[in-house]
Design a protein around this ligand. Sequence first.
Ligand code: BDR
Ligand code: CA
Length: 315
Amino acid sequence: MSRQRIIIDCDPGQDDAVALFLAMASPAELEILGITAVAGNVPLELTQRNVRLMCDIAGHVDIPVFAGCDRPMVRDLLTAEKVHGKTGIDGVEIVEPTTPLQEQHAVDFIVETLRAAEDESVTLVPTGPLTNIGTVIDRAPDVLPKIRQLVIMGGAMREGGNYSPSAEFNILVDPHAADIVFGCGRPITSMGLDVTHQVLSTRARVERIRQLGNPVAEATAGMLGFFERHDSKKYGVEGAPLHDPCTIAWLLAPQLFEGRFCNLSVETRSELTMGHTAIDFWHVTERPHNVNWICSVDADGFYDLLTERLGRFGD
Ligand code: BDR
Ligand code: CA
């Protein structure tokens, strides 16, 4: 597999944080060009701080971190402290990070990086609301040919919504940006709730990670323990869905996942179903196939991969 050049755009969030760790543990497969923060689970000043804290914990103070948009393109910001805690990453000790915040705006960084890149050479991995990426495409459509693919955490079909009855959180927060992104014409793979709800951080899986005994594994186990308490009550199962790391796991081991090419369209008008992802799974329309909609995963294989990679931080 050739090494992929990626930009991770995120809103940590415990699960975003684990996605960052998984990517940082995999330098043979992934070159992280930068990490960009967006407002989502918590406001931007916390998501950018949380990204930098994860870089500190993983010993990657060298990765450039940028702050992006502090509110959605059209709607007011919705946050999710009730899921992630006040800090966004409750479960880990919060200190002022040493990893610096770059001065450049995340959107400018992404545009500049793409403009300087070869065609189809950069993979974007958004695991938060799509505001930064939608703004990039809106402002600088000339960069589209540079994007190799987007691997997104967002959307829901069979599982229904997790923040409204119809919508998954990332799409609901900025449906207008999501509409732009899913209409951009570049290859997209999307990890929606249909697959992420299969990846449950059960006590046994979290314990196996904790036993690795290195600082990244301990931080991961702490955060997943917090995450679990909220989601287990909500979904009535043991273990919280570990949404965002599915994106990175797919880049590392696509054979663990199964998906289907179909059309995904985003609801941006109805207040009742705002942010709903209408997925034409059975190809009942002529709409173009704009997404590889992932529907299943080998969850044990996923946790084996995650545990093996987090173990590398102790080497
Ligand atoms: C998504 O929303 C956030 O709460 C998580 O970080 C994930 O990206 C799941 O709906
Ligand atoms: Ca997220």
